[in-house]
Every structure is written in C-alpha cells, then in structure tokens.
Design a protein around this ligand. Structure first.
Ligand code: DAH
Length: 341
C-alpha cells in the first residue's frame, strides 16, 4: 500500500494541467469519491493494525497534495480566462447608433423660399431684431395711434420705450431703402415677436420672410407674376392663386394672396373655412410715403413688397396642427423632418 501511495505521489507531481479538460480528468482520477485515492481510503481498514496509522497519514498527505494542486491550477485557469478580454473592446456588444442631426422644419421652409426667390435675382438681407419705433412703425407709415403699436401687441424695451422687439420683418425694407439706391431686389427672412397668448395657433416668437423690389416702372402686374411663380415653385405647378384687396399702412394698393387648397377632405373644409382658399401672404405696392421716408423719389421709382409667415406655410405643407411644436425641440418631432438618411 505504501508503495502504491509513493507511485501515485510521483504521478500527481508529474501530471501537467494546462486546461480545463486536463483539470477535470485529474479531479476524476485523484479527488472524486471514486478516485484512486478514494479507493485506497476504503482499503485502510484491511491494513494490518500496526501499519494502519502510517498508511492513513501518508494517504492524507497524498490527498492534500492532490486537492492542493487541483485548487491552485483551477484558480490560475480562472484568472487567465477572465484576463483574456481585459482592455479589449467587446465586439459582441450592439453598436451605438450614429444619430444624425436634422435641419429644423422652419429652417427648411425658409431655405426653400429663399432659394425660390434667389433663382429670379433676389438677394438675401437681414436686419436687427431689437428695433426702434421709426424702422418698425413710423417709416412704414403707421399712424401714431395704430393698434399694432399698443402694448398688447408689441414688446417694448423697458428702459427705452423708443426701442422694441420687431413685430415684423418689414423693418428690413426700411433699412435697405435708407442705405441703398434702387434697383433693390431683396428677400429678408427673420424672427419676429408679438405679445400674444401662446396657443396651438399663435406664438409670441415666429418667423417671417419679407420681399422687396424697387425700380423704375415696377407694376402690380410684376408683383402678381412674381408671386404666382413663387406659389407654383412652393406648392406645385398646378397651384392657383387669387389676390384679395386688403389694407397695410405701408402699401397702396394692398392685397392678400390666397392659394387654392381644395375641398377634398373634411380637414380641407376646416382649414379653408369651407371656401377651399387659404391665405398665404400680404403684399402690395410700396406706399409713396414710405419711399419718401427713406429718401427714394416716389416720382421716379415704384416698387412692391410682400411678407409671409414661415410657421404657417410649414404647418400647411406638413399638416402640423400645433405651432408650439416648432419651439419645443422634441427630437421625436424634429427627426420626422430628416432630409439626409
Ligand atoms: N408686415 C406684415 C405683417 O406682419 C406682412 C406684410 C404685408 C409685409 C404686406 C409686406 C406687405 O411687405 O407688403 O403682417
């Protein structure tokens, strides 16, 4: 029996354990209940009584040798396994989607309108959002008691009541005419402000595009042709327009342009109030007083002007029913206007 133990000791020491399979084979041979060492344990009772103690002790040493070696190798294998991927990227993880930004629908509409007018020779101009009374009202022929000047519509600068947040982009017309000589042919996009209660249909901040053409012999026919071209480019080649007489202090005559929207659905009936027609913009021939206010000779020059709301046109084109969506920056809304994918 002692010889057998010696033999097994040599075998245990010589056994190479380099992977899990070898380790498992080692466990079955030396450690498990049915292992060679287990068998020898069972045979102790057959050993002569005076040798039993010595055999028992040797067997215990042998058993400890085997379990010691097993544990040591098992731990080492475990460690080297978990180290394998340390510092390495885990290629099995799902990737992080590359989220492209989107161009705001208001900017998309603005860019489209601007490019339509650029094609027929309009250049782009802008002006200040914080404006004085002269450029926003007085030079545009607003009488001193005009309701648009009242506190309920206009945000005034508290410390200087002559200064205000512009209520329309028409101020840029004045700035153009004051500083440049005709011919003038400009499109003027920008942000405007009105002291209105915020609702699905109105906001205190919104965007307009102003147009201005000043030259010799500019006629109402030129205005109409220009707007008809714009309407077809913007809403499709079959678009119908009509001009309705209207009033603005800075144009004479003044008109509002409608496009024919149709009456196909209940929704069409609702937004066109049963008429099929939708108002898109205000326009007219620049009032001679306005030209004179800017130092342009009304005897020599005439011109037309128009102004439209960018939110309104965007809402119509995309069937958006709440203007507040444009200002909330909710990416679930904005992502629907992705132009690149
Ligand atoms: N400024 C006007 C508004 O805010 C829009 C407008 C109407 C502009 C007629 C114009 C125009 O240039 O000719 O409602």
């Amino acid at each position: 029996m002692l010889d057998k133990i010696k033999e097994l000791k040599a075998e245990i020491e010589a056994t190479k354990l380099e992977n899990k399979e070898e380790l498992e084979a080692f466990r079955l041979r030396f450690i498990s209940r049915k292992s060679v060492i287990g068998d020898l344990m069972g045979e102790i009772r057959n050993v002569e009584a005076d040798k039993r103690k010595e055999v028992g002790q040797s067997l215990n040493v042998l058993k400890n040798l085997a379990t010691g070696k097993f544990k040591e190798v098992a731990e080492a294998l475990e460690k080297s396994n978990s180290n394998i991927n340390e510092g390495q990227p885990d290629l099995t993880l799902p990737d992080i989607p590359n989220q492209l930004g989107t161009i705001h629908p208001i900017s998309q509409t603005r860019d489209k309108i601007v490019s339509i007018f650029q094609k027929i020779g309009f250049n782009v101009a802008d002006g200040p959002e914080v404006e004085d009374d002269w450029h926003n009202f007085t030079a545009l022929n607003f009488p001193p008691n005009h309701p648009a000047r009242e506190m309920q519509d206009t945000f005034f600068v508290e410390k200087n009541p002559d200064m205000l947040l512009r209520t329309h982009t028409s101020n840029v017309q004045i700035r153009m005419m004051e500083t440049q000589k005709p011919p003038l042919r400009s499109i003027m996009p920008g942000r405007v402000f009105r002291n209105e209660a915020i609702s699905a249909r109105a906001h205190c901040i919104f965007h307009q595009i102003e147009g201005l053409y000043i030259n010799e012999n500019v006629s109402f026919q030129d205005l109409k042709n220009t707007l008809y071209y714009f309407a077809k480019e913007m809403f499709g080649p079959d678009t119908k327009i009509r001009l309705r007489p209207s009033y603005f202090p800075f144009t004479e005559p003044s008109a509002e342009m409608d496009i024919y929207w149709g009456l196909k659905t209940e929704a069409d009936r609702k937004i066109t109030k049963g008429t099929g027609w939708l108002e898109i913009l205000g326009c007219g021939m620049v009032d001679p007083n306005v030209l004179a206010n800017c130092g342009i000779d009304p005897e020599r020059y005439t011109g037309f002007a128009f102004g439209m709301g960018i939110e309104r046109i965007t809402m119509l084109k995309h069937k958006i029913e709440d203007i507040r969506l444009f200002f909330e920056n909710d990416t679930r809304f904005l992502r629907q206007f992705q132009t690149i994918s």
